[in-house]
Design a protein around this ligand. Structure first.
Ligand code: ZN
Length: 488
């Protein structure tokens, strides 16, 4: 008997047995990309992590409604609710309509996710398409007395909320410390408390992205969209809320507070966060010169790279670490991951060539139980992959006849191994063996026959083989170390 699926809940800081509120349905909300820049490795890690969770929940038989938003408004230049909207800034610099920028990067994001074999979510709502819901939510929080208006902007009253609620529980922060560490209000801010956050911001004169509201022409604060859209599509209580660890504060803490005021309860039951990435041991950042976006990575177009890195290698590399560990990218580690992936995919092919015996001397239950136990242990994909590698060795032994497997066991092994590799881990063979891969072995075979002809002093056959190969574009070169060949 394998234990049930356990998932680490950031809110309780424990691994909990996963029990959906309304089985077999599971509602999952994940904070999606901001669409004013090229998708990068951080996007890839978060998307692959929640794709793995989405795939595994479905594999367990749940019917999952997966909502992942597109942030196309309200993301200001710093977390203190100040500065220009990043998307509007990009639009201004490139002389484009903001929605043109949002569309372009949304399409870019989708294209890269497809290359990584990340399944599309069930619903992908946009912040700009849910302005009514966000304005209603602001009004609701105002009506309940946890927000105030200041010069046309609306702020959430964090200190009042914290007096009766566990503000800071998710991110493990204490409000008193936050207040002590926050910069003094400089008098320019409309906020009453240093830790308050914007629900609605009045647009300044030059601000291009603006909507009408009862308080001002303005735009929503960036925490608001996720509260409004998660509840709209998943209900006031739903199962899983996910995102990168960098979103835990202030974004998720604020989201939780907004939902708690509006609905009178915590919206999400399990909070799941993936850890961050580094490159060559350093935090990714433009200033460090190691900010590699996915297009550069896939094309090998960056000074830190030695060549293109296939998308499946990136996916496999991400899955080789547990999602709650930090992950350090380097050329060497990616190269090793690529070799491992090739071995795994080759074994998935080799299974089809194995001939069954009357009896088995392998235990397929070992493969099934150890993989399942690993996945049930808070999605421990690195352990599941190591079990698959144990079985790559066994598959190769079965293929060369040093071990035996019965027909029923072979069928069971093939089904489970492929289900793990392709359906659960979501790996894909982007270079399936085709006719092109036969050229090398065929030329070698012809050259062996030519060598045999030469040994028999059959110069006519030897020359015939050389000339016919030349006719199809293969150059044969005889040297003192033997015969070599190349494509013309
Ligand atoms: Zn969010």
């Amino acid at each position: 008997m394998t234990p049930g699926f356990t998932l680490y809940n950031t809110l309780t800081r424990t691994k909990e047995t996963f029990e959906p509120l309304n089985p077999p349905f599971v509602g999952m909300y994940v904070c999606g990309p901001t669409v004013y820049g090229e998708p990068h490795l951080g996007h890839a890690r978060s998307a692959v992590t929640f794709d793995l969770l989405f795939r595994y929940l479905k594999d367990l038989g749940y019917r999952v409604r997966y909502v992942r938003n597109i942030t196309d408004v309200g993301h200001l230049e710093n977390d203190a609710d100040e500065g220009e909207d990043k998307l509007a800034k990009k639009a201004r610099l490139e002389q484009l309509e903001p929605m043109e920028v949002a569309q372009y990067y949304t399409d870019r994001y989708h294209a890269e996710m497809q290359r990584l074999n990340v399944l599309p979510p069930s619903i992908e709502p946009r912040a700009s398409g849910h302005m009514m819901e966000q304005i209603e939510l602001v009004q609701d929080i105002l009506d309940k007395g946890y927000a105030y208006e200041s010069n046309g902007s609306i702020y959430f009253d964090v200190e009042k909320y914290a007096r009766s609620h566990d503000y800071g529980k998710l991110s493990g922060r204490v409000l008193e410390d936050m207040i002590a560490n926050s910069r003094e209000l400089d008098g320019q801010s409309d906020k009453a408390g240093a830790c308050d956050f914007a629900l609605w911001k009045k647009a300044s004169e030059g601000h291009i992205m603006r909507w009408k509201s009862p308080w001002s022409d303005g735009f929503p604060g960036w925490h608001l969209e996720c509260s409004a859209m998660s509840v709209k599509y998943l209900g006031e209580r739903f199962d899983i809320h996910g995102g990168g660890m960098d979103l835990m504060f202030p974004h998720h803490e604020a989201e939780r507070a907004q939902n708690t005021v509006a609905c009178g309860c915590d919206a999400a039951r399990y909070w799941v966060h993936n850890n961050m990435i580094t490159f060559n041991g350093q935090k990714m950042g433009k200033s460090l010169g190691n900010a590699i976006n996915l297009e550069q990575l896939f094309k090998g177009d960056h000074p830190l790279l030695h060549g293109p890195v296939p998308p499946m290698t990136v996916r496999f590399f991400i899955l080789q670490a547990h999602y709650r560990s930090t992950l350090d990218f380097s050329v060497e580690a990616l190269t090793a991951a690529g070799k491992g992936l090739d071995r795994l995919l080759a074994a998935a092919d080799t299974i089809d060539r194995i001939l069954p015996s009357a009896v088995s001397d392998v235990d397929v239950a070992d493969l099934e139980e150890r993989c399942t136990a690993a996945m049930n242990d808070d999605l421990n994909s690195p352990v599941a992959i190591s079990v698959l590698f144990d079985w790559v060795r066994i598959i190769n032994q079965l293929n060369d006849g040093t071990r035996k497997i019965s027909e029923a066991d072979l069928r069971r092994m093939r089904t489970f191994f492929r289900r793990m590799v392709f359906d659960v881990l979501g790996l894909r063979d982007d270079n399936p063996a085709g006719a092109g891969d036969l050229v090398g072995p065929l030329v070698e075979m012809l050259l062996e026959m030519r060598a045999e002809a030469k040994r028999n002093k059959d110069w006519a056959t030897s020359d015939l083989i050389r000339d016919r190969l030349a006719a199809v574009g293969i150059l044969v070169k005889d040297g003192k170390d033997g015969t070599d060949w190349s494509l013309k």
